[in-house]
Design a protein around this ligand. Structure first.
Ligand code: THU
Length: 137
């Protein structure tokens, strides 16, 4: 990811966050993923009165990318107040399409990245149905 892609991804996650639907937790999350062809897709958390049906922002972004034909993701930005890490379920879903994806956590209050990880750092030993199968990278 080059510097202009990085800034575009940060801006996209921050803008998306403004659209989060989080009336129950009031914790607004915006995510943006960068596909290997340079396209950016965004997601927000979408809560539900039946709490367990809530969708996380990261998974919405991944789903949108895949539904648009992308299969390899190279970076994700997650924007929250404070710069929180993706939950475990989102880490595993990110792993499906980006085993080596860069994860950038942005503090929405300061509009700045505060931490950066590889997915392997956040989710060592990712679950794979076929341990020897090639992964998208
Ligand atoms: N949330 C996300 O969108 N992504 C995560 O990785 C963790 C949590 C959302 C779900 C819920 O709407 C709110 O944050 C509080 O848990």
């Amino acid at each position: 990811m080059n510097e202009s892609q990085r800034q575009a991804l940060i801006d996209a996650a921050l803008s998306a966050r403004d659209l989060a639907y989080a009336p129950y937790s009031n914790f607004h999350v915006g995510a943006a993923v960068l596909a290997d062809d340079g396209q950016i897709f965004t997601g927000v958390n979408v809560e539900n009165a039946s709490y367990g049906l809530t969708q996380c922002a990261e998974r919405v972004a991944v789903t949108t990318a895949v539904a648009s034909g992308c299969r390899v993701l190279i970076a994700v930005v997650v924007a929250t107040s404070g710069g929180h890490s993706p939950c475990g379920a989102c880490r595993q879903v990110l792993a499906e399409f980006g085993g080596t994806i860069e994860v950038l956590l942005v503090d929405a209050d300061r509009r700045q990245p505060i931490r950066q990880f590889t997915l392997e750092e956040l989710l060592p030993g990712q679950f794979r149905l076929e341990p020897d199968a090639p992964r998208p990278s």
